[in-house]
Write a protein that binds this ligand. Structure first.
Ligand SMILES: C[S@@+](CC[C@H](N)C(=O)[O-])C[C@H]1O[C@@H](n2cnc3c(N)ncnc32)[C@H](O)[C@@H]1O
Length: 271
């Protein structure tokens, strides 16, 4: 099951990387989305000052649902790790924030995304960056070596979220921070509706409910857990997709309203 999900996710993001490489900068919102040109999930999440510092292909490859580098309060000299770094946008932004005495790692399992990210690094001329091939369930870094873990809309794609949180905890230094953007479900939603909305958002493995998110982080050993909604999705945005899935958007609207969101999740490894 878990291997099937990984295969589907890899194929989806290999295609997304190839679309960016083939047609950089052609979408009106600057995203590599398959949901539509002006994507309600990925569009408009970065400020102009962030965007202007990046190569076109890094901007076009943005598939996140938040701006974790802006919220993570990165400091010069810190070591940052981005789980599921895609085209590298958050790694390149982090590298600027931690400066030449710091280091930004990106970790991704998809070869096409790694190739795109390394090309974006070359174009941006940034030295303090390294893109690693591997899985977020088995992070290829030693224990207690990272100051800050960021991630942008990736943990929802994992079929083994407990393992991801355990690995994040392991590689963080004591006192290290987790600062991730992810899709979160708030409250109960009937299973069929939940699955359809999640597929529209792109959560192949299913998003966590807010309480579950907090409980799993706590079970991995994290403290200071905080979850803050950054964008709440509207049923209106998903109307065509839901209708295509055989659901009546008007009827299910009350069960979807205010339940699906991107959130910024913070937690700390005890010092
Ligand atoms: C939604 S995209 C987000 C990319 C990037 N964070 C951004 O904001 O543009 C998901 C990325 O995570 C990678 N990914 C998904 N599941 C992964 C896993 N289990 N291990 C490593 N990488 C994974 C995919 O290859 C893809 O590049």
């Amino acid at each position: 099951m878990s291997d099937d999900i990984k295969g589907i996710v890899k194929e989806k993001y290999a295609q997304a990387a190839l679309r960016v490489t083939a047609a950089a900068g052609s979408s009106c919102c600057g995203t590599a989305s398959s949901r539509g040109e002006c994507d309600p999930i990925t569009s408009g999440i970065y400020g102009d000052s962030d965007m202007s510092a990046l190569p076109d292909e890094a901007r076009a490859a943005s598939l996140g649902c938040g701006n974790p580098t802006a919220l993570a309060e990165l400091k010069p000299g810190e070591t940052v790790l981005d789980l599921g770094s895609g085209g590298g946008i958050d790694v390149l932004l982090s590298a600027g924030r931690v400066g030449p005495t710091g280091k930004a790692y990106g970790l991704d399992m998809t070869d096409e995304m790694l190739a795109l990210a390394r090309e974006n690094q070359r174009k941006a001329g940034v030295g303090n960056v390294e893109f690693l091939k591997g899985e977020i369930e088995q992070i290829p870094l030693p224990s207690n070596t990272v100051d800050v873990i960021i991630s942008n809309c990736v943990i929802n794609l994992s079929a083994d979220k407990d393992r991801v949180f355990a690995e994040a905890f392991r590689v963080l230094k004591p006192g290290g921070r987790l600062a991730v953007s992810d899709v979160v479900v708030r409250g109960e939603v009937p299973a069929a509706i939940r699955r359809s909305v999640e597929l529209w958002i792109g959560c192949v493995a299913g998003a966590l409910e807010e309480r579950q998110y907090r409980d799993k982080l706590a079970a991995a050993g994290f403290e200071g857990i905080d979850l803050e909604p950054t964008r709440v999705y509207r049923v209106e945005d998903a109307r065509d997709f839901l209708t295509g899935a055989g659901l009546d958007a008007d009827t299910i609207a009350p069960q979807v309203a205010d339940r699906f969101m991107s959130a910024f999740v913070r937690a700390r490894k005890p010092a």
